[in-house]
Design a protein around this ligand. Structure first.
Ligand code: ADP
Ligand code: MG
Length: 396
């Protein structure tokens, strides 16, 4: 996959109408509809401000929630237009439809240096189906397409990929940064390249492990998925998470690591509990877990070993918490890894929804080189999959 794509800096937008795909999929209060966290709108500001400063006429668009092609008043983007207007300190013209009469008239009248927002893209069935007619209508509103919603680049929707068939397509600063940092780490990493993988299930991470085994010098496995590997190595794992049908896969991966000379590190001790509960008493055990216990976090010796492996790294990619970090008593392993990354001097990249949340919750967010904001998109990136929303952009 080629990550070397043109950005807004590589194209002349002055005086042009620019269709800007944003990620304004903000959380809202169920009762009042009020935006409870405007982080995503704030994140979109640099690209918007750049385009306005360059004297482009900006036609912003986004999805919100899951209206599934139906018009749902509770999922209107009107509150987003209002918040965006407050943040920009200027008017944001709001269209009452997406590609209908109102949007067309407002887009046609839009002047350089002005911004408007279309209604929720997913109110139209054509969006998620990547219907070429809908994509063409979106494209007809503008002269240039700028994509900046990294969270949806793994989807081939009309606004994330389809429109690029009709307009010159480049990335905004958010996607640009993801491609720069994550793309570089995967294509040409500063070595040693260490991948730290965790989270609940092996089955969620099969393709991530496969892909990183081709690239990394060291792979560290922690979290719930480590017990399937431990069992495959002949250890007892008590009541810990197990994916019986992934035992052979786990063996294959460890063999592949051996053949390729990749260090493959698993926990050598564990922090356990009698039940999956926030109030459970932590019990420290070694590599084998007794029948009545379940693994909830990596143990102290493991923390030392994993931290040491991260210490001399040139690049660290981390996906998946080391334990049930949502419970304070079992957050130490995840916290220690966050600290190890922060102190490593390496290029540090965190990907995955829960991993990003963990790093933020534990207070290490500003110590990382990059926290990928994509969730599912970041995972598919780490899997080395072709991302339709990236592939459709112009090559540099
Ligand atoms: P991401 O969203 O970053 O890709 P995952 O969704 O794969 O991460 O994994 C996150 C979840 O894994 C967290 O909710 C965490 O509680 C859970 N988890 C980690 N270790 C364990 C464990 N030992 N037992 C059960 N769940 C675990
Ligand atoms: Mg998750």
């Amino acid at each position: 996959m080629n990550y070397n794509k043109k950005t807004v800096k590589d194209i002349d937008v002055a005086g042009k109408k620019v269709l800007l795909r944003c990620d304004f999929n903000v959380p809202q209060d169920k009762a009042t509809g009020a935006i409870t966290d405007d982080k995503r709108i704030v994140a979109a500001l640099p690209t918007i401000q750049y385009l306005l400063e360059q004297n482009a006429a900006v036609i912003a668009c986004s999805h919100l929630g899951k209206p599934k092609g139906e018009w749902k008043q509770s999922l209107t983007l009107a509150p987003v237009a209002e918040r965006l207007s407050q943040l920009l300190g200027r008017e944001v013209i709001f269209a009452k439809d997406i590609v209908g009469e109102d949007a067309q008239a407002k887009a046609a009248a839009l002047q350089p240096g002005q911004i408007m927002l279309l209604e929720n893209l997913r109110f139209d069935k054509g969006e998620e189906k990547n219907d070429p007619i809908f994509a063409k209508k979106l494209a007809d509103l503008a002269e240039i397409y700028v994509s900046d919603a990294f969270g949806t680049v793994h989807r081939a929707h009309a606004s994330t990929a389809g429109v690029a068939a009709y307009l010159p397509a480049v990335s905004g600063f958010l996607i640009g940064k993801e491609l720069d940092i994550m793309g570089k780490a995967l294509d040409d990493p500063k070595r040693p390249f260490v991948a730290v993988l965790g989270g609940a299930k092996v089955s969620d991470k099969i393709n991530v492990i496969n892909n990183l085994l081709e690239k990394a010098d060291t792979i560290i496995i922690g979290g719930g998925m480590s017990y399937t590997f431990a069992k495959a190595n002949g250890h007892t794992i008590g009541k810990s998470l197990l994916e019986e049908d992934k035992l052979d896969y786990a063996k294959d991966m460890m063999q592949k690591a051996k053949d390729k000379g990749v260090n493959f590190l698993l926990p050598c001790d564990n922090l356990c509990a009698v039940e999956f509960s926030k109030d459970a008493q932590p019990v420290a055990v070694g590599e084998d877990i007794p029948a009545d216990l379940m693994g909830m976090d990596i143990g102290e010796k493991t923390i030392e070993a994993f931290s040491a492996a991260v210490k001399g790294a040139g690049t660290v990619v981390w996906n998946g918490p080391m334990g049930v970090f949502e419970f304070p008593a079992f957050a130490e392993g995840t916290k220690a890894m966050a600290k190890a990354l922060a102190e490593s001097g390496a290029i540090t990249i965190v990907g995955g929804g829960d991993s990003a949340a963990a790093v933020e919750q534990l207070g290490y967010a500003d110590k990382m080189t990059h926290i990928s904001t994509g969730g599912g998109a970041s995972l598919e990136f780490l899997e080395g999959k072709e991302l339709p929303g990236v592939a459709c952009l112009l090559d540099k």
